[in-house]
Design a protein around this ligand. Structure first.
Ligand code: EPS
Length: 379
């Protein structure tokens, strides 16, 4: 069973993830995880914090000669902007952040809540996902995230192969599949920023090369769609998760939702095992199991809740009406969310892969994976 926990505060000394259940024998290439971390820091609309940080991961345990041992992997990303001891408390909670709810629930300070509720914590979720992606890569599985909509503007994706689309996304400062729309979106972010406001958006993640049969129909807490929804919904500021057509499926008759099943012998050696589908409205999941089609997950991110032109709030000490506190923040972190959601999805897919093919060593997993494909083709 692959799982992880994180620890750390936004302006504390460090951020930590403890990854448990990762198989032995997986070669780890640290640079590609650092590339992910730097991508998470970027994208148009970020604030001053990212000019201070230069995130890079350090593995503390579980890896020897750049290869996993099968023992727990502790990793950390150190905060350059460590100043927690010097920061004051906030008395005017920000609507939308955890300030009010957390201070009441824990009978304590707002600072003590916001430091942990902050999306800075996603740094180590991306590092854990980056680790998981190295396992997925051994099976030809690739996760790819991008921004699909920003501030209510739909981005028209440019078609292409995964490689071509990756290039497009990496050219876009919005991390979208249409860099030609960057200008319009950057103008919108600038205008909203000048107004002291913030913007949200929708990110999409596609996972290709995923085999049949990850997840299960048999029990609610092991259905892969349920696990993905929890992992993605638990990313800071995410308010909605869709798989495949998502909410749109509810608006159409069944004949325009379900993906017909065909068989094409020439595709027998691809992840669909020959069972082609002219559409992928199910987003690669039927009855909680992968169906050999690409997985498609979408997430809605609300705008950042720290507004330079603050909303109404109250002073927690006097209970008098006031405006919410403002601290340095981002105008838009939707591009970063596409990196974060890509990596949390990758982690859940890796966990499901281990559930199906065993998690002691990569060599055993590969042998069982090949055996399963052979048996499934003969089914
Ligand atoms: C965040 C507030 C800002 C963001 C932060 C999330 O941090 P700071 O208060 O240091 O300016 O930049 O996100 C990150 C630091 C990050 O690395 O993503 C918040 O309050 O949630």
């Amino acid at each position: 069973m692959l799982r992880y926990w994180t620890a750390g505060e936004s302006h504390g000394k460090t951020l930590i993830a403890l990854v448990d259940g990762f198989p032995a024998g997986v070669p780890i290439e640290i640079n590609s995880i650092n590339v992910e971390l730097r991508r998470r820091q970027g994208g148009y609309g970020r604030g001053g914090r990212q000019r201070i940080e230069a995130d890079s991961v350090e593995f503390l345990t579980g890896i020897w000669h750049d290869t996993t041992l099968g023992s727990p992997i502790a990793l950390q990303v150190v905060n350059k902007d460590y100043k927690l001891e010097r920061l004051d408390d906030l008395v005017r909670p920000r609507p939308g952040h955890g300030d009010l709810t957390g201070a009441i629930k824990y009978l304590g300070s707002v600072r003590g809540i916001l430091e942990r509720a902050s999306a800075r914590e996603t740094t180590v979720r991306v590092a854990a996902g980056g680790l998981a992606k190295q396992l997925l890569g051994e099976f030809g599985i690739r996760a790819f995230g991008y921004v699909a909509e920003l501030g209510g503007i739909k981005i028209v994706p440019q078609p292409g192969t995964l490689k071509e689309q990756r290039k497009l996304r990496d050219e876009s400062e919005i991390y979208s599949l249409n860099p030609a729309q960057d200008g319009e979106l950057k103008d919108l972010i600038d205008r909203i920023g000048r107004d002291g406001d913030t913007l949200g958006g929708i990110v999409e993640v596609r996972v290709e090369g995923i085999p049949f049969g990850l997840g299960t129909h048999a029990q609610w807490d092991r259905k892969l769609d349920g696990r993905l929804a929890q992992a993605v919904m638990a990313v800071q500021a995410i308010k909605g998760v869709e798989i495949g057509l998502g909410f749109e499926a509810a608006r159409r008759p069944g004949s325009q939702v379900h993906d017909p099943i065909h068989y094409d012998e020439s595709q027998k050696n691809t992840s669909c095992l020959g069972y082609t589908r002219p559409t992928n409205n199910a987003g690669g999941l039927e009855a909680g199991m992968t169906n050999g089609q690409p997985l498609v997950v979408r997430a809605a991110k609300k705008p950042i809740s720290t507004l330079r032109k603050p909303l109404e709030s109250v002073n927690l000490d006097t209970k008098a009406p006031d405006t919410a506190s403002y601290e340095r923040s981002d105008i838009c972190a939707v591009p970063a969310a596409s990196v974060i959601v890509e990596n949390v999805v990758a982690f859940e897919v890796a966990a499901a892969l281990i559930d199906k093919f065993g998690g002691d060593s990569l060599a055993e997993m590969k042998a069982r994976y090949e055996l399963f494909l052979k048996m499934a083709r003969e089914r």
